[in-house]
Design a protein around this ligand. Structure first.
Ligand SMILES: Cc1cc2nc3c(=O)[nH]c(=O)nc-3n(C[C@H](O)[C@H](O)[C@H](O)COP(=O)(O)O)c2cc1C
Length: 362
């Protein structure tokens, strides 16, 4: 089997990235109350670009104020968000980086705005109301308007966030989506919102600008979105014209025991909870560019995943919080990322600028 060079340029459609590594969207959760980013955030992105990563996905941006998911989340719901985001993209471009914006609506997980979703959803932690049909169309339009503003802010591409239990992912889930209209019934109806958002965003940005989607491979809930559903949605969106699919996992109703569903049996993939899922999705999405996120640590595993064609791009989040220059380090002989995935970085959300809290040598 031939070894592909992970550090050589790779093409996503017309766009060339300098290697096969991507920074998965990672919110710094440090924007001001209006969702305008602060200078510390720009510095994080400049450093990532300096560190040699091929493609950066900016942490999620709320497309409308009521879709804000947490304190410190940045927005793209108003013109006033654009100038600082343009400074951020300028800083990335000045360091030869490429950056996409990730568009999101918190939906039933909107911890600050009003919680709403496909259906009423009430648990001990969440109380969300059902969206009306005009509200659904309004959100679709807001995705498009936000994409337009991202173009004004000089982003190189867009990623639609349809994972992790936020609004779009909740429409895909038969556990959460209990509507009795054209937005539910079968999977095809549950994915109508993805189709409409895709078309709306494409309508604004055209086909020259790369468009990506982040999708769950499984919600890991007993009755929600499964790997079979993920294969169908991925195939659909690939045929529709998406340029890059990023595979993640976990959503509403997630149960730890179910995370082994479809797990890959090859021990060399043991650090990757979604490797088995990704292999299945690959068969229906080829030749579209596929990225896999979650768990990557060793260069050996990264190399194997690419050589076996499980995916085309290695996507990383937490490892780049600890080592923003990880790609340069791997290129220069470091064998693995030093992040230990303790998730302590998440405790800073909305309070301090995102950083690694573990005092290990870097
Ligand atoms: C601090 C932090 C912020 C995150 N923010 C986002 C985000 O804005 N959008 C998103 O899709 N995922 C977000 N994620 C999830 C990551 O993109 C990624 O899917 C997850 O951390 C697993 O990848 P890893 O093992 O390489 O860290 C975040 C994760 C962390 C730790």
């Amino acid at each position: 089997m031939c070894m592909l060079d992970l550090f050589k340029p790779y093409r996503i459609g017309e766009l060339e990235i300098r290697n096969r590594f991507m920074r998965s969207a990672t919110t710094s959760a440090y924007s001001d109350e209006m969702g305008v980013i602060k200078p510390e955030i720009i510095k994080i992105y400049a450093n990532l670009a300096k560190g040699g990563i091929g493609l950066i996905i900016k942490g999620h941006l709320f497309i409308t104020d009521s879709g804000k998911a947490h304190n410190g989340m940045a927005g793209i719901s108003h013109e006033y968000h654009v100038p600082k985001l343009r400074e951020l993209t300028d800083a990335v471009h000045a360091n030869n980086g490429i950056i996409f914006a990730q568009l999101n609506h918190g939906g039933i997980n909107a911890s600050l705005g009003e919680r709403k979703g496909p259906s009423e959803y009430i648990t001990n932690n969440i109380s969300a109301r059902k969206m009306s049909v005009p509200e659904i169309w309004e959100v679709i339009e807001e995705f498009g308007n936000a994409a337009q503003r991202c173009m004004d802010a000089n982003f190189d591409g867009i990623q639609i966030h349809a994972a992790h239990g936020y609004l779009l992912s909740s429409f895909l889930s038969s556990l959460v989506n209990q509507r009795e209209d054209e937005w539910n019934g079968d999977l095809r109806s549950r994915m109508k919102i993805i189709e409409e958002v895709y078309d709306e965003v494409r309508g604004k940005i055209g086909y020259q600008i790369p468009l990506s989607i982040k999708l769950n491979c499984d919600d890991f809930s007993p009755t929600g979105f499964t790997i079979d559903d993920a294969c169908k949605v991925s195939e659909f969106i690939a045929l529709r014209g998406i340029d890059l699919i990023e595979i993640s996992g976990g959503g509403i109703g997630s149960i730890a025991d179910l995370r082994t569903r479809s797990k890959h049996h090859d021990p060399e993939y043991k650090e990757l909870p979604f490797a088995g899922h990704c292999e299945k999705i690959r068969t229906v999405t080829k030749p579209k560019t596929l990225a896999l996120v979650n768990g990557f640590k060793s260069l050996k595993t990264m190399q194997k995943v690419i050589d076996y064609g499980l995916c085309d791009i290695i996507s990383l989040s937490r490892p780049l919080i600890k080592e923003p220059d990880l790609i340069e380090r791997l290129k220069n002989g470091q064998k693995e990322a030093r992040c230990i995935r303790c998730d302590a970085c998440r405790s800073l959300f909305g309070k301090e600028i995102l950083r690694c809290l573990i005092d290990a040598p870097t």
